[in-house]
Design a binder for this molecule. Structure first.
Ligand code: SF4
Ligand code: SF4
Length: 434
């Protein structure tokens, strides 16, 4: 489709939103995206749909409504950034890019809510983040997170999220390349912030299953850190750029064949690093080279096989993280990974492609809408009768995990590679902590 340049006036020249104008103009207002949008389905307001939000962006750009308008800020804030609308859109509207550009433009005249500022400040500083994660592990180990997770409100939900990251000890098994048909391709893991801080054992399981499938996983990318996704999604482009530069430099030094990411949101961010550097040719080139090596762990495992595992006799279902299925368009590889586990009774999950309501820090800043979006997901999971929900993103794991804990469900959440790792290690039934 050929887009004609808009001739409408621009009230915000030089802003990220003005630079994203061609994306706004690409919308033909067909409404195909509406039924894919969780906030539209939950709130039943056109302004909380992709089409409505794009019209609000256009109105702000043309000066019809001010940037501080409550109508604009309320409905842009309520967007999950799940990008289900991109998958549904026949016109190729780059909605995720438009949302980040709008939030970046709004940020110049309006500070983020206090909770969001605190979380983003901590995630941008390694010592503070390490302290937070250490405190989280202590709170979890003492059982306090499980106890406080029963409280109503934001604190209770946050504690249940933390409690849901508890894992059985794996006995410190290390990665080792014990498969005959080694690929000999070197892989370095993006260890991440929440993944390494709270889901450490999932990272180790990722390394083990990669090694089991012939990858060389003995290196690290010294200096790597938070990918910057939370900051980019909130419109804090400067911090997202700073964090991206650190990771680009770290992975350039490590120089692996592939950068493995086991967190869908982080993988999506790293694959889109070049878009952060529109106005910087040198960094854009470097970002493009690094982004080209980024793979979700499921892509790598499918590339190598994966080697069959099991038997693991358990009923499981799969929930597709938005930033895997919509942002990265990776749908079948996680299912291939799960189907490689003999004995696994993999049952479909109704609405697997719908957002769970986690969306980065959305569940902290918009707790009511987040809970309303989560509710049908929990009902669908209960209908499957599955003992385990597999999903490949820490935000989704903690959101669904917290919802299940607070509902008194015995179903637990695991990353697909954790199940594969268990199947390789035990070849038998696996038990999960209550
Ligand atoms: S589907 Fe695409 S073109 Fe149609 S209204 Fe939604 S964003 Fe616009
Ligand atoms: S990103 Fe998700 S919540 Fe936001 S408009 Fe698109 S479908 Fe709706």
């Amino acid at each position: 489709m050929t887009q004609r340049a808009s001739t409408a006036p621009c009230a915000l020249p030089g802003t990220p939103l003005a630079n994203a104008r061609s994306g706004i103009d690409a919308c033909v207002h067909c409404g195909f995206c509406l039924q894919a949008c969780p906030t539209y389905l939950t709130l039943d307001d056109e302004n909380d749909s992709p089409r409505g939000r794009i019209l609000l962006m256009k109105a702000a750009l043309e000066g019809t409504i001010p940037l501080e308008s409550e109508t604009l800020t309320t409905h842009i804030d309520r967007c999950l950034g799940c990008r289900a609308c991109e998958t549904a859109c026949p016109a190729g509207v780059p909605y995720g890019h438009l949302l980040e550009a709008t939030r970046a433009t709004m940020l110049a005249g309006r500070p983020l809510p206090f909770v969001a500022r605190m979380v983003l400040a901590v995630f941008a500083r390694k010592p503070l983040l390490a302290l937070l994660m250490f405190g989280g592990r202590i709170t979890r180990a003492t059982g306090l997170a499980s106890l406080l997770g029963r409280l109503p409100g934001r604190l209770g939900f946050a504690m249940a999220m933390l409690a849901s990251t508890r894992r059985p000890a794996a006995g410190g098994r290390r990665a080792s390349a014990d498969r005959q048909t080694a690929t000999s391709e070197q892989v370095v893991l993006l260890t991440g912030c929440v993944m390494e801080g709270l889901l450490t054992e999932t990272n180790r399981a990722t390394e083990r299953v990669l090694a089991r499938n012939g990858f060389v996983v003995d290196g690290d990318a010294a200096g790597q850190g938070c990918c910057g996704a939370l900051h980019a999604h909130a419109g804090d482009r400067a911090t997202a750029q700073r964090l991206a530069r650190c990771n680009i430099e770290a992975f350039e030094r490590a120089n692996p064949d592939f950068i493995c990411v086991n967190a869908a949101g982080c993988g999506s961010m790293m694959k889109e690093y070049p878009a952060l550097f529109d106005d910087d040719a040198e960094w854009r080139t470097r970002a493009t080279a690094v982004a080209a090596r980024v793979r979700d762990v499921s892509e790598l495992l499918v590339h190598a096989g994966p080697a069959p595992a099991g038997p693991l006799t358990i009923r499981a279902t799969y929930d597709a993280p938005c930033h895997l299925i919509h942002a990265q368009r990776i749908a079948s590889p996680p299912l291939v990974v799960l189907r490689s586990i003999q004995g696994l009774d993999l049952v479909p999950l109704d609405g697997t492609e719908h957002c769970c309501g986690a969306a980065g820090i959305y569940n902290l800043v918009e707790p009511e809408v987040s809970a309303d979006v989560l509710a049908p997901k929990l009902r669908a999971i209960a209908d499957t009768g599955a003992a385990v929900v597999a999903t490949g993103n820490p935000g989704c794991m903690m959101q669904i995990g917290a919802g299940l804990l607070r509902a008194g469900s015995a179903t637990r959440v695991r990353h697909p590679v954790e199940l594969l790792d268990e199947a390789y290690a035990k070849g038998a039934d696996v038990s999960f902590p209550a």
